[in-house]
Every structure is written in C-alpha cells, then in structure tokens.
Ligand binder design. Structure first.
Ligand code: ADP
Ligand code: 5GP
Length: 216
C-alpha cells in the first residue's frame, strides 16, 4: 500500500501561486520526498517564457476534447474561457509508486479531485487584499485589460470556494508564505507511517519484536 500524498493548491489568478510553488520546489530540490509537480493540459496560449511540457502541455481545443472523451483526465474545468485538465497518467502511476504529487488547479477541479480522493491535502493561497491582487495581475504584464477583469471577477467565486480547503496561506510576504507552504510538505513527509520500514529497522536493531495489538 502506498502512503503517497496528493496535494491540491488553488488561488485566485495573480495571487503568486506559481511563484510560491517554484520557490518551494526549488528549496526542496534533491530531497527524496519533493512532490512531483503535475503538468496540466490547457487550451490557453503560452505566455512569453512558458515552455510546452514545463508549465503546461499546450494543446488545441480539439485534442483536449478528444482526450476528455477518452476519460484521460482526473479532473478538468473551464477557467477564464480556456479548458484546463489534469491527465490521470500524470498522477496515478506516481502515487502508486509512492511519490507525492502536487496539483496547481482551480477550485472547480479541486472539488472533483476531493470527491474522488477525500484524503487529498488541500491548500488555498490568499492575496492580502483585492487591491494587491489587481496590482499583481497588472504588474505581471501578461494579461490584456479584458482578461484582468475576467480574472478579478472569477476571484470572488474562488474565494467563496476557499472555505472548503484545509490550509490557508496568505501571500503577503513571499519568504514567509514560502516557509509556510514548505512546512506543510515537510510535515506530511515525517508522518510515522511514511518512514516505514526505516523506523522498524532502527527498532529491530535493538532486538525488539514488532508489537502485537493489545500486548506490552
Ligand atoms: P499566479 O500563479 O497565482 O497567477 P504569479 O506567481 O504569476 O501568480 O504572480 C503574480 C505576480 O505577483 C508576479 O508578477 C509575481 O512576481 C508577483 N508576486 C508573487 N508573490 C508576491 C509577493 N509575495 N509579493 C509581491 N509580489 C508577488
Ligand atoms: P493560468 O492561466 O493563470 O496559468 O491558470 C489559470 C487557472 O487555471 C489557475 O487557477 C490554475 O490553478 C488553473 N489550472 C491550471 N491547471 C489546471 C488544471 O489542470 N485543472 C484545473 N481545474 N485548473 C487548472
């Protein structure tokens, strides 16, 4: 049986979620328990600097719909007018092999994932305020005025849905928010059941037999 964890992270667009995830994964790099970042499929056009297969698998609407018809997605949703989905192949084989997986998806997708896997760990990243979110979206410089407005309008629904998440991180100070996210990943990694059989090996080295329920 695998004890790998599925982490689901959501935030209104422009909050700083991608920045935060990149920063945490960089600090965990090299560790055995660094979660695998699941690369989603999307019909949105790549932004400057985005690489196919790294940030997303950029696909046409036709091929997305074809893959959806073949039940290729663990979850999918229409977000800000584009289709986004997590390929089942990106997640299931890794969890089965014992690797943690991290999904950066919207709240509609998160609801589908938790319905299928109630043991998923859900984390919501909050912007400090509406004004700051708007400023970050504009300063990122990747959106037209129309898509900035659309992303701000969607933020309301996402914040409403955020009440269903287990963890709440406020991205005011990037360093502190990075520490908080990192601490969630690390605390899951040190659960006793995740440290088997190493821990049993240490105990056995003291020649103590495995415990029997009820015995002592
Ligand atoms: P998201 O992935 O949530 O849409 P990004 O990671 O692209 O957001 O961040 C949006 C913008 O906000 C980027 O220009 C990023 O550099 C900036 N940003 C992220 N976190 C912070 C922070 N804590 N303080 C100030 N600016 C931030
Ligand atoms: P962006 O276009 O800014 O990269 O992402 C827009 C939104 O789509 C973000 O909230 C992001 O988390 C979400 N998203 C990215 N990939 C997926 C996915 O595979 N499924 C779902 N449901 N949402 C996704």
């Amino acid at each position: 049986m695998s004890y790998a964890t599925l982490f689901v992270i959501s935030a209104p667009s422009g909050t700083g979620k991608s920045t935060l995830i990149k920063s945490v994964l960089a600090t965990l790099s090299g560790r055995l328990d660094v979660p695998h970042f699941s690369v989603s499929h999307t019909t949105r056009a790549p932004r400057t600097g985005e690489v196919d297969g790294r940030e997303y698998h950029f696909v046409s609407r036709e091929s997305f719909i074809d893959m959806r018809a073949r039940e290729g997605f663990l979850e999918w949703a229409e977000v800000h007018g584009n289709l986004y989905g997590t390929a089942a192949q990106e997640v299931e084989p890794r969890l089965q092999a014992g690797r943690d997986v991290l999904l950066d998806i919207d709240t509609q997708g998160a609801a589908q994932v938790t319905a299928r896997r109630p043991d998923a760990v859900t984390i919501f990243i909050y912007p400090p305020s509406r004004e700051i979110l708007e400023r970050r979206l504009r300063e990122r410089g990747t959106e037209s005025e129309e898509t900035v407005q659309r992303r701000l309008a969607n933020a309301r629904r996402e914040l409403h849905d955020s009440r269903n998440y287990q963890y709440a991180i406020i991205n005011d100070d990037l360093e502190r928010a990075t520490d908080e996210l990192r601490s969630i990943f690390l605390s899951w990694g040190v659960l006793r059941r995740r440290r088997l059989p190493k821990v049993e090996g240490i105990i056995a080295s003291f020649s103590i037999a495995p415990s029997v329920p009820g015995g002592h």
